[in-house]
Design a protein around this ligand. Structure first.
Ligand code: SF4
Ligand code: SF4
Length: 322
């Protein structure tokens, strides 16, 4: 049977970065740990090979974008234009990107032979068919996340019929997930925390633009840091500054600190003391203005009251004399 005959019907595959919201009927109910057994293998010999590389939403993390575009030797802007579509990250008001599928609904990186970017494939593709749930109690700072794994078992995925068995820990190492998780951690925490706010919370358009830029286009973010008033406003030590000039990973991590402090007001990045003083002075001035206005109003009322008093006195005298 040819591969095209074996393709499943147009089905939305359950490769998801953000937990178990899609196709819940295919999620196995058991909570798994890193030591749980996984009976699964995906390789060019499976009859469904590459079938799951279409009709799919693959959200890209900042690290995914960096990792894929580097070997392709593409600047961020060109990569974004050619291979991605803007999307709101699941159940948040945060804009990000997903892989732009071709006219047949297939991933642009898939061929009959498999994934052409396999060593640099996105985090979502590495995880499938395992999902990881973060349970951030209300997503607040300081709360610990309960992490567990779950298995996605879709009928068309023949990898579950393969004899290979290993622990989830071994499978994670094989798929390079540990490194991806470490690189994605701060960004994912921002997204999950924002998700916990619910859709009623809306960021300003400017904040959304900043999130999108920092999450998708590190070239532009670097330009923003070094060629705007950014460094007049934020305290950045000389060592970090030197590093983020050329090191994309350091810049990516720095961008997460900036996003966390600007979206949630965390202390990851401090505003310069003179900027804080200027803000206090501004507040004092506006407080002074308010006091001045209150005094003027009081004086006006007193003048009116004196005038009225005078009028009444005059009226009384007129009445007595009349
Ligand atoms: S990036 Fe690779 S593994 Fe992921 S959907 Fe595309 S072709 Fe498949
Ligand atoms: S075994 Fe599963 S993951 Fe591998 S190609 Fe088939 S459907 Fe995709």
């Amino acid at each position: 049977m040819s591969k095209s005959e074996q393709k499943p019907q147009a089905t939305s595959f359950n490769k998801s970065l953000f937990g178990s919201d899609n196709n819940p009927s295919n999620i196995m109910p058991a909570k798994l740990t890193a030591d749980s057994n996984l009976k699964f293998s995906c390789h060019p010999g499976v009859s469904c090979f590459t079938s799951c590389c279409g009709n799919i939403n693959i959200i890209l993390t900042p690290y995914d974008i960096l990792r894929i575009r580097r070997p392709l030797n593409l600047p961020a802007e060109e990569f974004l234009l050619r291979f991605t579509t803007p999307v709101f990250l699941e159940k948040t008001d945060l804009p990000g990107v997903k892989i732009h599928l071709d006219e047949n609904g297939r991933c642009p990186f898939v061929t009959e032979e498999g994934c052409t970017i396999y060593p640099y494939r996105p985090t979502t593709c590495r995880y499938y068919p395992v999902g990881m749930s973060y349970f951030h109690a209300a997503g607040n700072e300081g709360t610990t996340a309960e992490e567990f794994y779950f298995l996605v078992k879709e009928p068309y995925c023949k990898g579950h019929e393969e004899p290979k068995e290993q622990t989830i820990r071994e499978w994670r190492a094989e798929q390079g997930i540990d490194e991806s998780d470490e690189m994605n951690r701060e960004w994912m925490e921002i997204v999950m925390r924002r998700k916990s706010f619910g859709l009623q919370a809306t960021l300003s358009e400017l904040a959304q633009k900043m999130f999108f830029m920092a999450s998708t286009d590190l070239d532009k973010f670097r330009d923003f840091v070094f060629n705007s008033s950014f460094l007049d406003t934020y305290e950045v030590d000389a060592e970090t500054l030197e590093k983020i000039k050329t090191d994309d990973i350091a810049l990516m991590k720095f961008s997460c600190k900036y996003l966390a402090s600007s979206i949630f007001g965390t202390k990851d990045l401090s505003i310069k003391a003179e900027k804080v003083r200027a803000r206090v002075e501004q507040n004092k001035t506006s407080q002074g203005d308010a006091e001045k206005l209150a005094m003027e109003t009081y004086e006006e009322l007193r003048r009116d009251r004196d005038l009225l008093k005078q009028k009444i006195e005059t009226q009384k005298k007129t009445d007595q004399n009349g």
